[in-house]
Structures are given as structure tokens and as C-alpha cells.
Design a protein around this ligand. Structure first.
Ligand code: NAP
Length: 243
């Protein structure tokens, strides 16, 4: 039996679904009986990853969207999800990423814009579209954002990344306060280093057993979208493993 039987039949939108955490969430959410609508840059790559992971994608709606732009297309995707499933109950904003920037006094403006767009604007645009639909239905909802430990303080060469993930936390807190009256909770998780093939390649000598796995992070997110977390909103949960 699923750990959270109340989640069966709920409808979730996941961004960044083709990535490491995204794929772990797809598996966890499908196992819980949640219907999925997935967004990523490239629809073909996402379909291929789903097939490789043995995920039955017959009922999965896919949006190939750049979430940093074309607000109308993002709104249209959410309209499509509602047309197919009647509602959106859950949104997880996973889309995001990292780029080292160098010290601020030497950093290109493009790197700052890239990070703010990839990490903060993606969450803003998709959250706005989904929250509008949730508010209209007035039956509550769950939004979870993926920030990072680096959101908590700046560090050399990390200004853009750290600021963009801090923006995700402020977005989370503001939306939690705005949407409380509608029974919609908005929370964030803050991973430190996720145990991904890319991170292992970049840091082969680290103790990988200390890193948080995508599956473990997905379990925390599953809890946050469950009924058990109904009274948690505006929180930023550290999910650091032992790193
Ligand atoms: N990996 C870590 O150690 C770590 C640590 C702390 C926080 N995080 C955060 O955790 C989340 C997931 O990490 P991950 O390792 O699973 O990342 P990942 O494997 O790179 O997956 C991220 C996914 O988001 C997509 N994406 C990025 N920008 C997008 C946009 N503008 N529109 C649509 N899709 C977009 C990417 O597509 P493309 O590949 O085509 O760009 C990719 O499929 C991210 O928000 C990341 O910042 C990760």
C-alpha cells in the first residue's frame, strides 16, 4: 500500500522532470498514484528518459517549454493540464541549475541573468500560472520549490547562484502568506549536494555516501505534498544528508 493513500488521483505538475531529481520524483509520484504533467526544456529527451527508466508515460502530459520566457505558453500548458485532468493539486518547481560565476567584480552580467532566470524566474512563472488555477478552484493545493543550502548565505564565486536560490526562498515565503487563505501550502527544500552522476564526475574524491540521493529528496517532497504536511507552509527544509 502507498504511504500516502490520499495522494492517489491527485494531479501534479513537475518542472525539470527530465533531470536527476525530476526522474526520482516521477517514480515516487507515480507509485503514489499521482497523475503527472511534466515540463522540461526538451520534450523528446524527457520522453526518452522516461522510457529508459521504465516509466509508463501513456497518461503523462508533457510540456516542452523554456520556463524563463513565453509566459503565455506556460499559462497555456497549465490550461491544457486542467482541460485533461480537471485540476492541478500539486506543483513541484525542480527546474534550475548551477553555474560558477567568479568574483562579482569580474563576473559577466550574462551569468547573473542566466542564474536568476534559471532558478528564480522559472519558479515564479510556473508558480503564478498554477497558483491562479488553484485559487480559482478554491480546494487547496501544494507547491514545493527546490532551493539549495547556498540560499542561506553567500560565498566566494557563488553570488549569482546564492542570490537566485535566496530569491526562491523569498518567493516561497511570500506565496505561502498570500495563499494561506486558500488552503494552499508553499514550501521549499534546500539540498546541499545531490548524489548525481555529474557531481560524482566533478568531485570523484568526495565521500559520496554523505550526499543526499535524489530518491531521499523525493521522499521529503512526497511528505510535503501529503496530507500529513497540511499545517506546514512557508518553510525551507534543509535536506543535507550528512554533507
Ligand atoms: N545537483 C545538486 O547537487 C543540487 C544541489 C542543490 C540544489 N539543486 C537544485 O535541485 C534541482 C534539481 O537538480 P538536478 O541535479 O536534478 O538538476 P538537473 O539534473 O540538471 O535537472 C534540472 C532540469 O531542469 C531543466 N531546466 C533547467 N532550466 C530550465 C528552463 N528554463 N525551462 C525548462 N526546464 C529547465 C533542465 O533541462 P536542461 O538540462 O535541458 O537545461 C533539467 O532537465 C535544481 O533546481 C537544482 O538547482 C541541485
Amino acid at each position: 500500500m502507498a504511504i500516502y493513500p490520499e495522494l492517489a488521483g491527485k494531479v501534479a505538475v513537475l518542472s525539470g522532470a527530465g533531470g536527476n531529481l525530476g526522474m526520482a520524483l516521477v517514480r515516487r509520484f507515480q507509485a503514489a498514484g499521482i497523475k503527472l504533467a511534466l515540463v522540461d526544456h526538451k520534450g523528446d529527451t524527457l520522453r526518452q528518459r522516461l522510457r529508459e527508466a521504465g516509466v509508463d508515460d501513456a497518461d503523462i502530459l508533457i510540456g516542452a517549454l523554456d520556463l524563463t520566457q513565453k509566459r503565455a505558453a506556460i499559462d497555456e500548458f497549465v490550461t491544457q493540464v486542467v482541460a485533461q485532468h480537471g485540476k492541478v493539486d500539486i506543483l513541484v518547481n525542480v527546474a534550475g541549475g548551477f553555474k560558477a560565476g567568479g568574483p562579482v567584480h569580474e563576473m559577466d552580467e550574462e551569468i547573473w541573468d542566466f542564474l536568476m532566470n534559471m532558478n528564480a524566474k522559472t519558479a515564479f512563472l510556473l508558480s503564478a500560472a498554477v497558483a491562479r488555477s488553484m485559487v480559482m478552484r478554491r480546494v487547496g493545493g501544494r507547491i514545493v520549490n527546490v532551493a539549495a543550502r547556498a540560499a542561506l548565505s553567500g560565498a566566494p564565486t557563488l553570488s549569482g547562484y546564492s542570490a537566485s536560490k535566496s530569491a526562491v526562498l523569498r518567493l516561497t515565503e511570500s506565496m505561502a502568506a498570500e495563499l494561506m487563505q486558500y488552503g494552499i501550502t508553499v514550501n521549499a527544500v534546500m539540498p546541499s549536494v545531490i548524489d548525481t552522476p555529474q557531481n560524482r564526475k566533478n568531485d570523484p574524491d568526495a565521500d559520496h555516501s554523505k550526499w543526499v540521493t535524489p530518491e531521499s529528496l523525493a521522499d521529503v517532497i512526497l511528505f510535503l505534498v501529503s496530507e500529513s504536511a497540511r499545517d506546514i507552509s512557508g518553510a525551507a527544509l534543509p535536506v543535507y544528508g550528512r554533507a
